[in-house]
Ligand binder design. Structure first.
Ligand SMILES: [Mg+2]
Length: 349
């Protein structure tokens, strides 16, 4: 059965919940996390003084990916042709503006749309250096002309909307191309292609285990996939065996600062606790590495599987930007409307 509104919402909100759960411990080793939060590590959202659990750059960039895809759709409908990554590149230029960088004079016209007016998106929450320096260069990286040699997880952590929006056949390539705008190492962009494809399969209604398998065979068709393939296979194997403690299993996959490790840790946690969003996300953030990104990716995957109602209601309630995420999820499902309000919201550039 094809998954729809409930699962679009689950994918975006789930990612943001994972991001918010991992953020307080992003830069802590496991030992520090346990000292601070007790034996089982961090197990619940930690609201900021605002009362909301804060999201970070992972979610901020994810919403700009969604906006870019919708604006690309407008462009395609009105011009008949559209290079999606180029339109998403401009969405990321708007994100760069939210992070305090000046407008690029070469494309003054791109600084509009409704997301720029959302004040939470202007908060600085440890944005990734590769993303910032690549976007500041004004040059669009691609798989054929890599912009750098970065395999940081800043590519994969932001592409889940591609799997909601694109047809399965296009999702891997477009996810990878969008990551390659800022991340030039194959493991930096192929991990993103893989996440987009996995989400697309889940939305088609596939079960998680077979969707992971099919994603691995799609990945194997790309050049220089070996590193990413090897760690994903290890993640699937560790989840299947299930004999190690999660912290031990995750340590064997890495720390998640790189794209392929972040995806593998998220896939391990999602497979191991495929029916229990809370357990999966707690596993996904309690380790030495990049907890908010591994949490975000695990949340995207399981949220797409389980839907919004599969996410603990208390977590959804506390989440910063919840309304914006739900609005964007619904807009991704709608794709396009030929009316002035929509065109003002998602102009075609
Ligand atoms: Mg982050």
């Amino acid at each position: 059965m094809k998954r729809d509104k409930e699962h679009f919402r689950g994918c975006l909100v789930g990612g943001a919940v994972g991001d918010a759960l991992g953020w307080p411990v992003e830069f802590m080793k496991l030992g520090e996390i346990v000292r601070r939060y007790g034996e089982g590590g961090i197990r619940d959202l930690q609201p900021a003084p605002s009362g909301k659990a804060e999201i970070t750059d992972d979610t901020q960039m994810t919403v700009f990916t969604a906006e870019g895809l919708l604006r690309a759709e407008t462009r395609g409908r009105n011009k008949g042709i559209c290079h999606i990554p180029s339109v998403v590149f401009f969405a990321y230029q708007r994100w760069l503006l939210t992070q305090g960088y000046p407008r690029n004079k070469d494309y003054e016209w791109v600084y509009d749309g409704w997301l720029l007016g959302v004040k939470e998106l202007h908060a600085l929450r440890a944005p990734g250096r590769s993303c910032i320096s690549a976007l500041l260069s004004g040059r669009q990286g691609s798989m054929e002309a890599p912009i750098n040699n970065s395999k940081g997880c800043g590519g994969v952590m932001r592409v889940a909307p591609v799997g909601l929006f694109c047809r399965k056949e296009d999702s891997f390539r477009i996810g990878a191309e969008i990551a390659a705008l800022t991340h030039g190492h194959p493991s930096g962009y192929l991990s993103a292609g893989a996440l987009a494809y996995l989400v697309a399969l889940l939305i088609e209604g596939q079960e998680l285990e077979s969707a992971v398998e099919e994603t691995m065979s799609e990945l194997a068709g790309y050049e220089n996939h070996e590193e990413c393939s090897a760690v994903l296979a290890r993640a699937a194997e560790l989840a299947r065996e299930g004999s190690l403690a999660d912290t031990e299993a995750i340590a064997r996959l890495g720390e998640g600062w790189t794209g392929e490790e972040a995806l593998a840790i998220a896939v391990y946690c999602a497979l191991k606790y495929r029916d229990d969003f809370r357990k999966a996300l707690i596993a996904a953030v309690n380790h030495d590495g990049d907890s908010d990104s591994t949490g975000a990716i695990a949340g995207n995957i399981l949220g797409a599987c389980l839907g919004l109602s599969g996410i603990p209601g208390g977590w959804v309630e506390q989440l910063e930007l919840k309304e914006v995420l739900i609005e964007l999820a619904d807009d991704l499902l709608t794709r396009y409307r030929d009316d002035d309000a929509w065109l003002a919201r998602y102009p075609g550039y």
